[in-house]
Design a protein. Structure first.
Length: 216
């Protein structure tokens, strides 16, 4: 029985969020393919995790028997997030682009789960776990576009998820999501619609193939 860890970070509800729409499509396809599986769900907008504190940070490198009460309390929450990542057979992350970067709530989650000597370092504890990131954005930052130099989401998440945590990373990128709302982008609506359709199809296909692979 495989476990999917599903993280959403959009501040918008599903009806107004491209990342939630695509990640929801992935999750539904996963559940249809693997109805007996487990889904661990975290909505970081509705229920933000604590930002990393000095106590939570230092506790990660100290003997638990020597933890102060403050360190013990702070690390307990951090340890739960790490254990959820380690339990997962696959990870799904909704990562919309806000001001050229990921939401601060998602950054807080990453800061908590990255622990050198456990999830990072020579033998990362979740190494090889497949992670699918839905990296939505209002415009286009694809290679060759004027805003390519401002693409910090995929570059950053590749460094963190693939290089630091050693996860098996795949991106689904719905772009031009502001086209239907921004009159100045009206001519880009067909491109947005095509991008949306590709993203939804990719999410369903990826979810089914992962579920098949992990339950074979």
């Amino acid at each position: 029985m495989a476990t999917l860890l599903h993280i959403d970070s959009s501040v918008f509800p599903a009806s107004a969020s491209a990342s939630r729409e695509v990640s929801d499509t992935f999750r539904k396809a996963w559940e249809e393919q693997h109805p007996g599986g487990v889904v661990i769900y975290r909505d970081l907008s509705a229920h933000p995790v604590p930002h990393l504190t000095a106590d939570a940070h230092t506790a990660g490198f100290a003997d638990p028997a020597a933890h102060t009460p403050e360190q013990a309390a702070a690390f307990a929450e951090r340890a739960q997030l790490i254990e959820e990542l380690e339990r997962a057979d696959a990870v799904l992350i909704g990562a919309p682009m806000y001001n050229y970067a990921i939401p601060s709530t998602l950054k807080a989650w990453l800061d908590n789960v990255i622990l050198f000597g456990r999830t990072a370092g020579e033998s990362p504890s979740a190494k090889g776990t497949p992670v699918t990131v839905v990296a939505s954005r209002g415009g286009s930052y694809a290679p060759g576009t004027p805003r390519e130099p401002f693409e910090y989401v995929q570059n950053y998440l590749t460094a963190v998820l693939a290089e630091t945590l050693a996860l098996e990373l795949d991106f689904i990128v719905p772009e031009l999501t502001m086209a239907p709302q921004n009159p100045a982008m009206s001519e880009l609506v067909p491109l947005f619609e095509a991008s949306r359709e590709r993203a939804l199809q990719a999410a369903a296909t990826k979810a089914k193939s992962l579920a098949e692979r992990l339950t074979a």
